[in-house]
Design a binder for this molecule. Sequence first.
Ligand code: F6P
Length: 321
Amino acid sequence: MAVKKIGVLTAGGDAPGMNAAIRAVVRTAINHKIEVMGIFRGWQGLINEELKTLSHRSVSGIINQGGTILKTVRCPEFKTEEGKKRAFDTVKKYAIDGLAVIGGNGSFTAAHEFFKKYGVSCIGIPASIDNDINGIDMTIGWDTAINTALDAIDNIRDTATSMERIFVVEVMGRGSGSIALAVALAGGCEDVIIPEIKSDLEDICHDIVEGNIRGKMSWIIVAAEGAASAAEIAGKITEITGLDTRTVVLGHVQRGGRPTAQSRDLALRLGYEAVNRLLKGETDKAVGLCAGKIVAVDLEVAIRKKETKIEQWYDLIKILT
Ligand code: F6P
């Protein structure tokens, strides 16, 4: 069946570069003379019929903006049979032949289930600061989030060094330590605590005390939110060492801001690729970069726990500290 109309939506947590991906989807579709409908507020918009046709100009001036012009929500209703059915009714009513789903793990799980239940063609475009999509190197927005967090770490370093203090900086990433590891390495941080590898706080405290004896008085420890909160870690460090600590929770600061060149480039290339694959009749896949090449991974594989070489990365931080 020839594809005449596609829909595009952003779902889950926003990520810098989502707008660039929307732009690429819209302009690639228009280039193929395909109508493209923007679905507002993710899966919720499909349930509530919040959609409109997008023009070439409707995506002007957004390439450099964080967030998403299509808005996004987390949508528990789509997990219900009734929610999916209503979303499918909208797909039929507007004669949408396929969906470009821009989002992360949760959005891809929803797309996979939607395809399995109703046969709606879906191609996923991975966008999430968490970098938790399996089978691809990185998600759109991850690089921007790392750079945002790194700016903060560099600032904290100035005060940590001057006042000879211990800081615990909590970064986002849900169940993934990927932001924490990247930031700890590039920020020259003294330690990192991630959900994937068990950390021994007694050991960390021992290093701090030994360091103090040698005259090293300031520390930055990066904690992934999925491992423990900054407050919890800082409290235990003070309890064990008797030393004063400060905490910084970067939180949603990491989700916003101008996308980096890397996040934009990835978004534009993957948006283009997703539309071309939808037009070829492909479905139930996520596009992504893997070892420098654009690939398509089955959604069923993409939503599995990400296989990464976390240990090597972690060890490198320990060696270079
Ligand atoms: O999935 C992206 C993310 O920013 C996670 O890193 C974080 O745990 C979560 O979203 C926060 O979600 P919300 O913005 O709904 O509080």
